[in-house]
Each structure stands twice: as C-alpha cells, then as structure tokens.
Design a protein around this ligand. Structure first.
Ligand SMILES: [Fe+2]
Length: 258
C-alpha cells in the first residue's frame, strides 16, 4: 500500500512540476466523473494525462453527452469522446508499445514526452497531443457555462487584450483562421496572455522545431471538423459562437492561477 501511494504521489508531483499546472481536486470533481478503478474522483483527469506511458485511458466526462445542449449536441459529444478521443488513446498506447524502451522514461508523464517531442515519431506526436488536448478541452466546458471570467484571469485578459470583447474577437479569429484541422488556444507566454492556434493535434507545450505557439494553456478549442460537422456542417463560425456558452471559466481561471 505504501509503495502504491508513494508511486501515485510521485506521478502526481511529476505531472504538476512538468506542467506547472496545479489543478485542485474540486476542479477535477467538477470536470470528470471517476473511472471505477480510481481511488478518488479527483484522480480521473490526472491519471488520464499522467499514467505510466503505454497505459493511458479515456477520462469520463463530468457531464452527460447531452449536457452541453443546445450549444454542442449529444451526437457530436458522444462520437467525439467515445470514438475520436478513444482512438487517440488506443493509438497512443499502441505507438508507445512499438518504441525502443530507451526512448521513453517510464516514470515520466505525457508532458515529459512533449518536452522531447521532436525525438518521437509522428504517431506519438499526433496521439499524445490528441489525448492531452481533448482531456483538457472536456474539462474547459460545462453545462450552463459561459459568461465572463472573473478574478485575476479577468484582470489579465483586460491587461493583455484591452477588454474581454477584444479577447473574444482575437480568439475567434484564431479559431477561424486555422486552416484545416487544429486547435485555438489562450496561453500564458512569458508572463503574458497570448492567443494563437496549432495545427492537427499539436499543442503549445510541445517542443517542436520551427516557430509555433508556445506557452501554458488556459483555454483550448478544438476546431477539427469532427467537433462540429454533425450539427454545424461547414459553419465553423457557428460552432465557435456556441463554445462561448459552455466555457468553464472557473477551470480556465484555475489553470491561469496555477
Ligand atoms: Fe477533436
């Protein structure tokens, strides 16, 4: 028992230190229901992104598939979570199984893979990003969400963008201008809030060659067509507008404050 607890605590600390992201238990409770095998509900998202490589699992949502209706529809949520996200998890575990074990430190978290991303094959890049990005995305939405941020995040948005409306405009622009598939982000970069986007399943934590958005995620929006096509078809702008009604600003503020 002691060894198990020690190992669990180590994995948690490794994840927290590597991301600089300290997310409170209540936040996880709000964001995700527990997987049956977990000791506490609060471990659900943490385990999803910090498991020993090769054993990643799909986190349960903290709301039902129809919980974000009418803004994001049940069918999209069900397929997006149970098929697309599950696919990234399964393919990530398979891809890690094929690696030379020397490439992966089996005591390290997903974020540690991101730090060495340029050394890994494409399958690891796509599927580790897919798993991490979706896990974060689910936690940044909630039924009856939306509104405006509060506290220090609200202050920082005003400082960085002039107003919340200007931030929304820039985030929406980033979402719309991402050609093809990708993600829009609000990140902390060198102490400032910055809006941008990444292609495919890349994220701002990945150390990749070339220029690209870098920083600690505060808000994320999936702009792959699979995230909106069933309800909105080609109208990405409608989907982005809907997103503002389900944002969990408490989660975003917690990420920012950490
Ligand atoms: Fe997606």
């Amino acid at each position: 028992m002691e060894n198990n607890n020690t190992r669990r605590n180590f994995l948690k600390k490794t994840a927290l230190l590597s991301t600089g992201t300290i997310i409170g238990s209540s936040l996880f409770n709000a964001a995700f229901a527990a997987a049956p095998a977990l000791n506490t509900e609060s471990e659900s998202l943490e385990n999803a992104i910090t498991n020993v490589p090769g054993t990643y699992s799909l986190p349960k949502l903290g709301y039902s598939y129809d919980g974000l209706e009418p803004h994001i529809d049940k069918a999209t949520m069900e397929i997006h979570h149970s098929k697309h996200h599950q696919g990234y998890v399964s393919n990530l575990n398979k891809a890690i199984d094929t690696l030379d074990s020397n490439l992966i430190d089996h005591t390290k978290s997903l974020e540690n893979i991101f730090e060495k991303m340029s050394k890994f094959p494409e399958a690891i890049r796509n599927n580790s990003g897919g798993h991490y990005n979706h896990s974060l995305f689910w936690s940044l939405m909630k039924p009856n969400g939306g509104g405006t941020p509060k506290g220090k995040l609200a202050e920082a948005i005003n400082t960085s963008f002039g107003s919340f409306d200007e931030f929304k405009k820039q985030f929406t622009d980033a979402s719309m201008k991402r050609f093809g598939s990708g993600w829009a982000w609000l990140v902390v970069q060198d102490g400032k809030l910055v809006v941008g986007s990444t292609a495919n399943q890349d994220n701002p934590l990945m150390r990749l060659r070339g220029k690209g958005l870098k920083g600690k995620p505060v808000l994320a929006l999936d702009v792959w067509e699979h995230a909106y096509y069933l309800k909105n078809q080609n109208r990405r702008a409608d989907y982005v507008a809907s997103f503002w009604n389900v944002v969990d600003w408490d989660m975003a503020e917690n990420l920012f404050n950490s």
